[in-house]
Design a protein. Structure first.
Length: 184
């Protein structure tokens, strides 16, 4: 079997691209036990595997097997394919969780999170609003700094707080404008 020893992997790279998934990972039992498995505190957020992977990368060494040992099929019924917005919001929540724990003791990860999270928060707020995930806009909004509250985000928050008939009318107008832009 062909394989390569990598050694350590900078966990901060997970902010850009998650290259390791538990379904495609083999981990020594003693490391899994030392890590305590998946974190039950964050179960159901989506992207819990990113949190586990982060802890594993910080605690262990990596080797890559250069053979296809599994197949990951994405289709309409996959939760990740069907609901990428929830996945993105879940990943944001996981990164907030890790940041609140000081990057699990990794200074490079903590610094990368410190630089990444302000932009990610603003982007997630806008994405959540565009996809009518209003409870997420409330949650994300609590993390935004004063500088992040542009006039458009303040307007979106006002629409979110409006009575349901007003909010519905605004969302219908937004949908019509999107359709008009798509035709042009």
């Amino acid at each position: 079997m062909q394989w390569s020893f990598v050694g350590s992997f900078p966990a901060e790279r997970l902010l850009r691209f998650v290259a390791f998934y538990p379904s495609a990972t083999t981990i020594r039992r003693d490391l899994l036990q030392r890590l305590g498995g998946f974190n039950s505190e964050i179960f159901g957020i989506k992207s819990e595997d990113v949190e586990f992977t982060t802890r594993a990368l910080l605690a262990g060494q990596i080797a890559i097997v250069w053979l296809t040992l599994m197949d990951y099929r994405i289709h309409g019924d996959n939760s990740c394919a069907a609901d990428w917005v929830s996945q993105a919001i879940g990943r944001w929540k996981i990164f907030e969780h890790i940041y609140a724990r000081n990057g699990y003791g990794s200074e490079p990860l903590r610094k990368a999170l410190e630089a990444d999270l302000p932009k990610r928060r603003a982007k997630m707020f806008d994405q959540a609003w565009r996809h009518s995930r209003f409870s997420a806009t409330d949650e994300i909004g609590a993390f935004l700094s004063d500088e992040d509250w542009t006039w458009l985000r303040r307007l979106r928050l006002a629409v979110r707080s409006a009575p349901p008939p007003v909010r519905s009318a605004v969302m219908q107008c937004r949908q019509l404008l999107s359709e008009m832009r798509a035709r042009d």
